[in-house]
Design a protein around this ligand. Structure first.
Ligand SMILES: [Cu+2]
Length: 166
């Protein structure tokens, strides 16, 4: 993470040196958002890796908050590369899906991030507010490994899960 941060800062410094006036409008955003500001399209922020569509099965994970607690159900699943995972908001929202970048291989991280639409931030889905709202993530091109995630609003309530890609 530290190395990645330094690389971002270095990139921002280079942009600042040669960019001239084109960055004025973006100066109000945080440093971490600098690479996104450099790209003309807001839709494709930090990654240069293209999204890979799912070609396999779609697995469903429910997002629940009730008197038994906040949870993903099932919390831990195993899928194949190329499958998709559909997260469905059931109760107790807003919920989201935020993958833990720590320990994730850089190429896997780049692909997973590219495969997520409408992100709040890197590896972080938008909030799902209403029952039956869903958010589907393609694991096309995401290499085998275990990907852990949590719900940002309910991290303290231990709303966590994992997806193991075979
Ligand atoms: Cu939640």
């Amino acid at each position: 993470m530290r190395f990645f941060g330094l690389a971002l800062l270095a990139g921002a410094a280079v942009l600042g040196a040669c960019g001239g006036g084109e960055n004025k409008a973006a100066d109000t955003t945080a440093k971490a958002a600098a690479p996104a500001a450099a790209a003309p399209a807001a839709a494709a922020p930090t990654s240069t890796v293209p999204k890979v569509a799912a070609t396999g099965a779609t697995h469903e994970i429910k997002m629940i908050g009730d008197d038994k607690g906040y949870r993903f159900e099932p919390a831990d699943i195993t899928i194949k590369q190329g499958d998709a995972v559909k997260f469905v908001m059931v109760t107790g929202g807003p919920h989201n899906i935020a993958f833990d970048a720590e320990g994730m291989a850089p190429d896997a991280k780049a692909q997973l991030d590219a495969n997520m639409d409408q992100k709040l931030s890197e590896l972080s889905s938008p909030m799902l507010m209403n029952p039956n709202e869903a958010y589907t993530i393609s694991f096309g091109g995401v290499k085998p490994g275990k990907y852990t995630f949590h719900c940002t609003p309910h991290l303290a309530m231990n709303m966590k899960g994992s997806i193991t890609v075979q």
